[in-house]
Design a protein around this ligand. Structure first.
Ligand SMILES: [Zn+2]
Length: 408
C-alpha cells in the first residue's frame, strides 16, 4: 500500500483577491472543472531524465515498434543530444529528430527501463524541455486503460470489490481534474503517490474488472468534477481539502470538506503509530526547510523539545503544529511537516498529525493516520465494504453530497 501524502497538483497557490470588484462576476465553482463527454487521454510522467547523455530503453527484444512513424525492432535506446533525438545504432529522419516529442508505439504493451516487470499500454512519449537536453518519459493512454493500473498500485488484491469500485471512481475523478487543470502543460500526473500510484498493466484481474464496472463514472458536485483526493488512513478524523491541499475554489466544495461521522479505519496499521526520532536531525531538517521557504522562525530553530498538534478543524483533526524550541515556539501547518523533514534521514513520516516530547536527545512521537486525510480513506472504505456497504454508500460517506455521474 502506497498512499498519497500530498496530491497538490497545481492548485495549492493562494487565491488572489482583487482590491476592486471585478468587472465580471467571479467564475462559479460549478464551471471550474466541466464534466467531459468523452474519456480523455491521460499523460502520466514515468521518469525525468536530466543528466547529460541520459538514456531510456523502450520496448522488448524483437518487439515491432513505431518510433516517430519509423518502423524498428525493439528495444530502442533514446537520448537527447544537442537539441535532437538520437537512437543508438538507428537513423532518424531530420524532422523526427528535431521534433519536441518522440512517440513510441507497438501492438502490445511496452517496457521502459527503470521499471522492471512493468508493461505499459498506449504510447510511450519522450518530451524535451524547451531548452537543453533534459526530457520527460510519459505514458500516454486512454483514461479507462489507466484506472486498473492505479487500483493495482493503490489497493491490495483481495480487498472487497466495493472498495475497489469506490476507489476507481475517486481516482478517475482526480485524474480528470488534473487533465483539466494541466491542459497547457506537457503531463497530467506522475506515477507516484504524489499524484496516485500507477503501475502500468496490472498482473491481477480484480483491478481490471472493478475498473470496468465503474467505466466513465465521476464524482460531481453542482455540475463540476470533484477531485477525488484520497489517502491510506485518515486516523479517524478527516482533513479538509482547503486546509490540506490548498485554498483553491476547486477544493472549497462541500464534498471535500470532510466527514464527521465515526471512523471506520481503527483497525488500520497506521491508525495510530509511534516512532523515535533523533531530535538534532529533525531540528536540522526544519532549519533547512525554513531557509528554503523563507520562514525565519523555522530557519532559526536551535533544538526541538516538544511538538504539539493544535487548532483542530470541525472534525477534530489538528491543522497546526506548535514546535517548542526551549522557551520559544514556532508554528507550522501539519500538512507541511512530512515533506519538511524528508531530508533528515529519519524514516518517512506517515502523517503531519503528531505529538512528540524530547528525552535524552530523542523525540518520542505519537502519530495518527497515513496520508493527508482528505476524501476517501482506503482502510475505512475496505471496512465499510466488508460490512456490505455499496460503492455509492462509501463515496457518500467520504464525499458528502457528491453525485456519481456516468460521463462516458
Ligand atoms: Zn479513516
Amino acid at each position: 500500500m502506497v498512499t498519497i501524502l500530498l496530491q497538490a497538483g497545481c492548485r495549492d497557490a493562494p487565491v488572489e483577491k482583487p482590491a476592486d470588484p471585478p468587472s465580471h462576476p467571479p467564475t462559479h465553482p460549478a464551471t471550474l472543472i466541466p464534466v467531459p463527454d468523452r474519456a480523455p487521454l491521460i499523460r502520466v510522467r514515468l521518469h525525468r531524465l536530466d543528466r547529460p547523455n541520459a538514456m531510456v530503453l523502450i520496448g522488448g527484444d524483437g518487439q515491432h515498434l513505431d518510433v516517430g512513424g519509423e518502423t524498428m525492432p525493439g528495444p530502442v535506446a533514446v537520448r537527447r543530444r544537442h537539441g535532437r533525438w538520437v537512437i543508438d545504432g538507428r537513423h532518424l529522419p531530420a524532422d523526427v529528430s528535431k521534433s519536441k516529442a518522440l512517440d513510441v508505439r507497438s501492438g502490445s504493451p511496452l517496457t521502459v527501463s527503470g521499471e522492471a516487470n512493468r508493461t505499459y499500454p498506449g504510447t510511450i512519449r519522450c518530451v524535451a524541455d524547451r531548452e537543453g537536453d533534459a526530457f520527460d518519459v510519459l505514458n500516454v493512454l486512454p483514461m479507462e486503460a489507466y484506472i486498473p493500473g492505479v487500483l493495482a498500485g493503490e489497493l491490495f488484491e483481495g480487498w472487497h470489490d466495493a472498495a475497489f469500485e469506490a476507489q476507481a471512481i475517486a481516482a478517475r475523478s482526480y485524474a480528470v481534474s488534473e487533465c483539466h487543470e494541466r491542459q497547457n502543460r506537457t503531463w497530467d500526473v506522475t506515477d507516484t503517490p504524489a499524484s496516485q500510484h500507477y503501475i502500468g498493466v496490472p498482473t491481477w484481474s480484480q483491478a481490471v474488472t472493478t475498473a470496468k464496472a465503474t467505466e466513465g463514472q465521476l464524482l460531481v458536485w453542482n455540475g463540476s468534477v470533484v477531485p477525488g483526493y484520497f489517502s491510506s488512513c485518515c486516523g479517524g478524523r478527516a482533513a479538509t481539502a482547503s486546509d490540506a491541499v490548498g485554498p483553491n475554489p476547486v477544493n472549497a466544495v462541500p464534498p471535500l470538506d470532510g466527514h464527521s461521522d465515526p471512523p471506520h479505519c481503527s483497525n488500520a496499521p497506521r491508525y495510530t503509530w509511534e516512532a523515535t526520532w533523533d531530535a538534532t536531525r529533525v531540528a536540522e531538517a526544519l532549519r533547512a526547510h525554513g531557509s528554503r521557504i523563507g520562514d525565519h522562525d523555522l530557519a532559526g530553530i536551535k533544538r526541538v523539545t516538544s511538538i504539539r498538534s493544535m487548532k483542530p478543524n470541525r472534525h477534530g483533526r489538528p491543522t497546526l503544529l506548535q514546535i517548542q524550541d526551549g522557551s520559544r515556539t514556532v508554528t507550522m501547518r501539519c500538512v507541511d511537516f512530512p515533506g519538511s523533514v524528508a531530508s533528515s534521514g529519519i524514516e518517512p513520516v506517515a502523517s503531519g498529525w503528531i505529538d512528540a516530547v524530547e528525552r535524552d536527545g530523542e523525540l518520542h512521537v505519537r502519530g495518527h493516520g497515513f496520508g493527508h486525510g482528505v476524501g476517501l480513506c482506503q482502510y475505512g472504505a475496505e471496512e465499510l465494504a466488508s460490512s456490505s456497504s455499496t460503492p455509492h454508500d462509501i463515496l457518500q460517506f467520504y464525499y458528502p453530497g457528491a453525485e456519481i455521474r456516468k460521463a462516458w
